[in-house]
Design a protein around this ligand. Structure first.
Ligand code: HXC
Length: 515
């Protein structure tokens, strides 16, 4: 066969592979608002940058007539490309081919591209759309998942791992995403569960739809398994690109820098964000936008545990990870979910050389039987652990309340913040004036002629003594008291002078965080 005929043969084979599960299956996919696996990859990557690997891999299943079936690419497309010139490895499961189910050859394609990402030290993006372990391949399918989970764990904290859930993902298809850094979901398209509605009905007799069991909203608002929620696949791809712009390629690099841009002062004026009454709530995201470049803020897990806000913004062109109490929700308390959310984010930033900016305004940890029984001791400790362990530059701004355990947990000097400043509105104390006066002056109040008047007087005395930043400043627990409008320049300076920060911990295999 001459070159011409061989080339024609290659093109024919490629055309066959590109057909995936065929026009009927593709039609079904499109009818429910889903793109094909190949379209998804091409939508995420820079034009003409995709290089496909292993297009001609064939499955190795023999049982249940599988040896008579042709599964193009064994139901997964893998390769490399760029996103805004940042290199990435990528794979997308093709639901039109045997439901994107994972057989041995399918798994080998994925593990090969994961190994490639680790070797090249670049991010890996996995687009999951799969019925889980391919039932016909039995233990070989389970072995394939085991190999993926092992690699997810080895790659954790070395290269960024992004999981995109774009279909019904069951069984093993959700455990790999759970081991990765960020999970993206799309309304009505994404479903995640270990056992689906059918199994639940058979085993427990309970009926529930796929959407109610593990839809995008459920995982964004209730379980916290998802980090980014979108209304459409297009919006989701935009979020992936934005995230890639904020994070470095691997744990040995820093995130790319951008030209410095001032905040949009007319829209977000820091002096107008915080209300005069210390009990009035406000949206802490406005504070972030009043100090970030171009007032941009890329929020992570926006819908989950909204009493804490986490996400990325740039300060003078450099990525920073923000952790901020949100007074709009539950007065910004720390609880089981918010501690879990923030603790993990802090560890992410620390792994990938992203400085941490902590904005403090909270009355402490949330009291309650529910919280105690849900393990607030263990989960709350995650914040203490994550901040203490982190060696990236840590900058803390105490805006208003910093009471009790909340003061310590929100990156105080005691957990080794590098810079702690407070606004004149800061109140740093063991608890709020009302609670404190009722406890320490209980007898005096009870035995006085006018208990209400005495209580008021004692609250006032306590406020004057402790509800300010100056007691903490006198002990050196905060480095400076600054006006709110000086916050951005304080942060720019702190980030500039800590750019060479390097700290090593004690020699050990690894710590044992309160998982
Ligand atoms: C083989 C599978 C499959 C699987 C789907 N298909 N899942 N083939 N192994 N696991 C095939 C179907 O037979 C069908 O083939 C095609 O994919 C499309 O599936 P449908 O059921 O028609 O699609 P839909 O109605 O959209 O339902 C999608 C689904 C459902 C919810 C994912 O297919 C489902 O429940 N699948 C099984 C899920 C599951 O229990 N997986 C095993 C998990 S155990 P045809 O030829 O008809 O088009 C596991 C172990 C790992 O993963 C554990 C790690 C800890």
């Amino acid at each position: 066969m001459g070159l011409k005929r061989k080339t024609a043969d290659l093109k024919k084979r490629m055309r066959e592979a590109v057909k995936g599960g065929g026009s009927q299956a593709i039609k079904k996919q499109k009818a429910i608002g889903k793109k094909t696996a190949r379209e998804r990859i091409l939508s995420i990557l820079d034009p003409k940058s995709f290089h496909e690997y292993d297009m001609f891999v064939e499955h190795s299943g023999k049982d249940f007539d599988m040896d008579k079936k042709f599964l193009p690419g064994d139901g997964v497309i893998t390769g490399t490309g760029t996103i805004m010139s940042h290199p990435v490895c990528i794979y997308a499961q093709d639901f039109t081919v045997a439901g994107g189910s994972l057989g041995w050859a399918h798994a080998k394609k994925i593990t090969k591209i994961m190994d490639h990402a680790m070797k090249l030290k670049i991010p890996i993006i996995g687009i999951n759309d799969s019925g889980g372990a391919r039932i016909q391949e039995g233990v070989n399918a389970l072995a394939g998942y085991g190999e993926i989970f092992y690699r997810n764990t080895r790659a954790s904290g070395v290269i960024p791992q992004l999981s995109v859930i774009l279909g019904p993902c069951a069984g093993g298809a959700v455990y790999s995403p759970a081991l990765t850094d960020f999970v993206f979901v799309v309304d009505q398209v994404s479903k995640m569960f270990i056992t689906g509605p059918e199994v639940i009905k058979t085993v427990l007799g309970e009926e529930i739809s796929m959407e109610e069991l593990g839809g995008a909203r459920v995982h964004s608002e209730i379980t916290g398994n998802a980090h980014f929620y979108a209304d459409s696949e297009e919006e989701c791809f935009g979020q992936i690109k934005e995230l890639i712009s904020y994070i470095p390629w691997n744990n040995e690099r820093k995130a790319a820098t951008f030209p410095k841009k001032p905040p949009k002062a007319r829209l977000f004026n820091i002096d107008e964000v915080i209300p005069a009454d210390p009990r009035q709530p406000y949206d802490v995201r406005h504070v972030i936008r009043s100090i970030s470049d171009d007032s941009e803020f890329f929020e992570v897990q926006e819908l989950f545990a909204a009493n804490i806000v986490i996400g990325f913004a740039r300060i003078a062109g450099q990525t920073a990870g923000f952790v901020a109490n949100q007074p709009l929700v539950l007065a910004g308390v720390l609880d089981v979910d918010s501690s879990d959310k923030a603790g993990r984010f802090i560890r992410y930033c620390d792994s990938f050389n992203i400085p941490l900016v902590t904005l403090v305004d909270l009355p402490g940890y949330l009291p309650g039987i529910d919280q105690e029984h849900a393990g607030v001791i263990r989960h709350g400790a995650k914040m203490l652990y994550a901040y203490s362990e982190a060696t990236v530059p840590k900058i803390t701004v105490i805006m208003r309340k910093a009471y009790g355990g909340g003061y310590i947990a929100m990156c105080s000097h005691h957990l080794r913040a590098d810079f702690v400043c407070a606004w004149p509105t800061a109140e740093i104390a063991v608890m709020g004036p009302e609670g404190a006066a009722n406890i320490i002056f209980r007898n005096e109040i009870k035995n006085s002629e006018n208990p209400d008047e005495t209580r008021k007087q004692k609250i006032k005395e306590y406020k004057e003594k402790f509800a300010n930043p100056y007691v903490a400043a006198a002990y050196g627990y905060i480095d400076a008291v600054i006006e709110p409008k000086e916050t951005r320049s304080f942060l720019i300076h702190a980030l500039e002078i800590s750019s060479q920060k390097s700290e090593t911990g004690p020699q050990r295999k690894h710590g044992i965080p309160p998982f």
